[in-house]
Design a protein around this ligand. Structure first.
Ligand code: SF4
Length: 235
């Protein structure tokens, strides 16, 4: 059976979202079906790194972090990884809390999760054709928003909708997207996050994002790991 291509597995504190601060093992799969302009993990997306691991190897590696009770399956786009459903089942069966961090373009299928951390991509995520070519620009634009898939995730368990926003126009775009889902999404489940991989600029942009949160009733989402560790892999 084809293994899971893994970029990194590490133990840290969750830096984003409703479980911010919770010690967690991060399993970062390699490969992505999008090409976001501001992607901060190119080594797990368009320049995928890492060898293939069996589900058993990943499971044992997670268990080696003895105090961890939370596992974050992230990427890249973890939903593209072969064996993810089996891994999620095994981890869940062993008592771990499972967060899936996904752009929400692929249906959950058989994947087991406690929290779906959904990050649909806004129009500002579209990459330049200079960097990736026209083909990727078109593919990204066509794929980035899948309302039916997002509804499946939301209907299947607890969730948060997390958006990187950099302008007032994007705040309006988030509102339109959430409305288009046609679901009663409580505002505190919509998280707005500033863009940035450096603590100072993150705080500066964050003040603006916090104002937008107050205006719309959404929840502010920080990037704790950036403040604690900077833009460093394995954190
Ligand atoms: S979906 Fe995530 S991993 Fe993929 S390109 Fe966008 S930011 Fe990077």
């Amino acid at each position: 059976m084809k293994g899971m291509r893994i970029s990194e597995i590490f133990y840290s504190v969750q830096g984003e979202g409703v479980l911010c601060g919770v010690p967690s093992v991060f399993v970062r799969t390699s490969g992505c079906n999008l090409r976001c302009r501001w992607c901060d993990t190119p080594y797990a997306s368009w320049s995928p790194e890492g060898r293939e691991w069996s589900v058993d190897e990943v499971f044992k590696e997670v268990q080696s972090f003895g105090m961890a009770r939370h596992v974050v399956l992230t990427g890249g786009e973890p939903m593209l990884a072969a064996g993810l459903a089996e891994l999620s089942r095994r981890l869940h069966g062993a008592g771990y809390h499972i967060t899936i961090e996904t752009a929400g373009t692929v249906s959950p299928g058989e994947v087991v999760y406690d929290l779906a951390s959904l990050s649909p991509k806004l129009s500002g995520s579209v990459p330049s054709s200079d960097a990736f070519g026209v083909g990727w620009v078109e593919k990204h634009e066509k794929l980035r928003l899948q309302p039916a898939v997002l509804r499946e995730w939301i209907g299947g368990g607890d969730y948060q909708l997390k958006f990187v926003v950099g302008s007032r126009a994007e705040l309006d775009e988030v509102g339109r997207l959430v409305s288009a889902l046609g679901l009663a999404v409580p505002h505190h489940k919509v998280l707005l996050m500033p863009e940035g991989v450096e603590s100072g600029s993150l705080l500066e942009k964050g003040r603006l994002v916090a104002e937008w949160c107050k205006e719309a009733g959404y929840r502010y989402c920080d990037r704790l790991h950036v403040h604690l560790y900077g833009h460093t892999r394995g954190t």
